[in-house]
Write a new protein. Structure first.
Length: 156
């Protein structure tokens, strides 16, 4: 019966760097998150999939900001315009620490802004932190003071 309650989360991750996609996948497994990961090579591919008739809706989306075709902020806007997806937590997962990128992500409706860590062990910790949050409270309507997660700490 316990197994019926546990749900495989549908995690989508868009990043144009193949190595980053592989590291993310490995970290998700090491973090022991009960999830099915679907990866996308860029924002255009993600948007195309989300708008297809037979698409599976994600429980959470991770977006790199700087990608070809459609970047992360463009994808975020598309997701927030879609009534079926507007309550899905979207996490900007990027190497950018630019104040402009952070502010655009926040005002665009992102749930969290995470700077990519230096190693997989840190990423595992970050993923454990993210998946332990109460998404309905903290990720759907974030406050700026808890919007940026760097390392394993929230930065203002």
């Amino acid at each position: 019966m316990e197994e019926e309650k546990s749900k495989n989360l549908k995690v989508f991750f868009a990043d144009d760097d193949a190595e980053d996609r592989e590291i993310f996948s490995e970290a998700l497994l090491k973090a022991e998150i009960n999830a099915e990961l679907k990866t996308f090579e860029d924002g255009g591919q993600l948007n195309e999939y989300l708008h297809s008739i037979d698409s599976i809706h994600p429980d959470i989306v991770f977006l790199d900001i700087h990608m070809p075709c459609a970047d992360g902020t463009q994808c975020l806007r598309e997701i927030r315009k879609n009534k079926k997806l507007d309550r899905v937590p979207v996490i900007m997962f990027t190497s950018s620490e630019s104040r402009k990128d952070i502010e655009e992500s926040f005002s665009g409706g992102a749930s969290l802004y995470v700077t990519k860590p230096d190693n997989i062990a840190q990423l595992v910790k970050i993923l454990k932190t993210i998946f332990s949050l109460n998404w309905q409270e903290s990720l759907l309507f974030p406050e700026m003071r808890t919007f940026v997660l760097k390392g394993n700490e929230f930065k203002v």
